[in-house]
Write a protein that binds this ligand. Structure first.
Ligand code: SF4
Length: 466
């Protein structure tokens, strides 16, 4: 996953670009980059795995002067990439993932192209896209050529002499929103990045739409499509609570998820809590619907860690996760607790840092409620979820069946009314050490999001939909 921000102005935009990009720090923890255009393109990229975006870029702001710029926070490639083309130089930033990257690499190489941005022995996907765009006569036809060749997902920002191009892939897996402040225009993955910078949203890009932000206004280059498969996981976990996508507020969707979980529940409890931070809004919805008080048996100590702090080794990551969540014994002792979380990927953090801490501090019961169905498939588009073997649901199914399961067999466990589904959920709950475990159903999750099911990507849960 990555977060994108771009701005076009009549004056130096470095500070707006800096803060706008920083508001995407929850979407990536490895690399960050800014590119600005004044008389020429200037770029800076840093590794942010062990320190925050702000601390890496603040000292460079005076050097990154320009009237237009793009910024990106990323979990994958170093970017933006600067490409030299017959129609001029441009800087390119990507939020997405190319499923057919190798095929596209061969396509570039067959035309005599080569690659320079090789990190960790891998060809940089952003450079591949840049080379494909540069192989045409102008940016718009280059983008059309790329989108007709690619499989995967890609929201892109391109900084060129004429302005900032913003574009979503044909199925619009990830959002981009345009906003205005006076004669400044901005574009962002998260529209929550606009408010404190004084920008007002003017439109969300449609799938396949290409627009150009210039100092004279917004130019429509290619009209968007109505067909869409926007990532449902944005609302459940990855998106920032203050954002909206397709006019659906992330925070309100999460509250509705919690309400749905409570409507389908029949337990008695003394309090409801969310695993900080991503389970909190789900828990608030559960508490409102159930009437049980919302309280905080687990609080997060984030001072000094920073939201984007990702230590280099798994061992240190586990230690940091353990240190961050602190139990409030006085709230826990002797209570029957409903604890809500967004999802279960591996389940180890939830068990070790959440459920176990509640038991160790004297909880009487610990009921786990999860805001989305069991994750059965890894994400092919933005890598928000990991490999098959990491997923807790797959691990449990392998235990039940006695061997690794196929995608078709995983699909058979998706019917939330079937006895095989119940068996899988009960066993997962036992492994977590919970008094009980329940997941939200696909149908309730779709209702909570508030968009027609056909407009959502649900592959994490259902696999590839025909
Ligand atoms: S597979 Fe999952 S995380 Fe990936 S785009 Fe679809 S819903 Fe989002």
């Amino acid at each position: 996953m990555s977060g994108l921000f771009g701005v076009v102005s009549n004056e130096n935009c470095a500070e707006t670009l800096f803060y706008g990009t920083d508001y995407h720090s929850h979407l990536g923890s490895q690399k960050a980059g800014l590119a600005v255009l004044n008389s020429r393109l200037k770029r800076s990229i840093h590794n942010i795995a062990t320190s925050q975006f702000k601390s890496k870029f603040i000292d460079e702001l005076s050097e990154l002067k320009g009237r237009m710029g793009v910024g990106v926070i990323s979990d994958l490639e170093p970017q933006p990439i600067i490409i030299s083309a017959s129609f001029g130089n441009f800087a390119l930033a990507l939020n997405g993932f190319l499923v057919n990257k190798n095929q596209l690499v061969r396509k570039v190489m067959a035309r005599g192209g080569s690659f320079s941005e090789v990190s960790s022995g891998q060809i940089n996907a952003v450079e591949v896209i840049g080379k494909l765009i540069a192989s045409r006569n102008n940016i718009v036809s280059g983008l059309e050529y790329f989108f007709n060749s690619m499989v995967g997902s890609a929201s892109l920002l391109i900084l060129a002499k004429e302005g900032v191009y913003a574009v979503r892939d044909k199925l619009g897996r990830t959002p981009l929103t345009i906003a205005k402040r006076g004669n400044k225009l901005a574009v962002a993955s998260e529209d929550s990045s606009f408010a404190n910078l004084g920008f007002k949203t003017i439109k969300q890009l449609l799938p396949g739409e290409i627009v150009l932000l210039t100092k004279n206004g917004l130019q429509e280059k290619i009209i968007g499509r109505k067909i869409e498969k926007i990532c449902a996981f944005l609302w459940i976990y990855t998106g920032f609570p203050a954002s909206t996508y397709n006019n659906q507020s992330v925070e309100l969707v999460r509250e509705r998820c919690g309400e749905n979980l409570a409507k389908n529940d029949n337990i008695d409890a003394d309090l409801v809590a969310g695993v900080p931070d991503s389970g909190i809004a789900h828990a608030l919805g559960y508490a409102r619907q159930s009437g049980f008080p919302y309280r905080r048996p687990l609080v997060k100590y984030s001072a000094g860690y920073g939201r984007s702090y990702t230590p280099p080794s798994q061992e240190i990551r586990n230690r940091v996760a353990k240190m961050k969540l602190v139990a409030v014994k006085e709230v826990i002792v002797n209570n029957r607790i409903v604890i809500c979380d967004d999802s279960i990927v591996r389940g180890t953090q939830l068990k070790n840092q959440g459920i176990n801490k509640l038991w160790q501090n004297g909880a009487r019961q610990v009921h786990v409620r999860i805001a989305c169905p069991p994750l059965m498939f890894p994400c092919r588009y933005c890598l928000s979820t990991r490999t098959r073997k990491e997923l807790a649901a797959r691990r449990i199914l392998a235990k039940i069946i006695g061997r690794k399961i196929t995608d078709r067999e995983a699909g058979e466990y998706l019917n939330s009314k079937s006895s095989s589904y119940k068996k899988m959920v009960d066993l997962t709950g036992q492994e977590l050490g919970a008094s009980s475990l329940k997941y939200q159903t696909v149908e309730d999750m779709v209702t909570a999001i508030g968009l027609p099911r056909g407009k959502l990507c649900l592959e994490c849960w259902l696999g590839r939909e025909k």
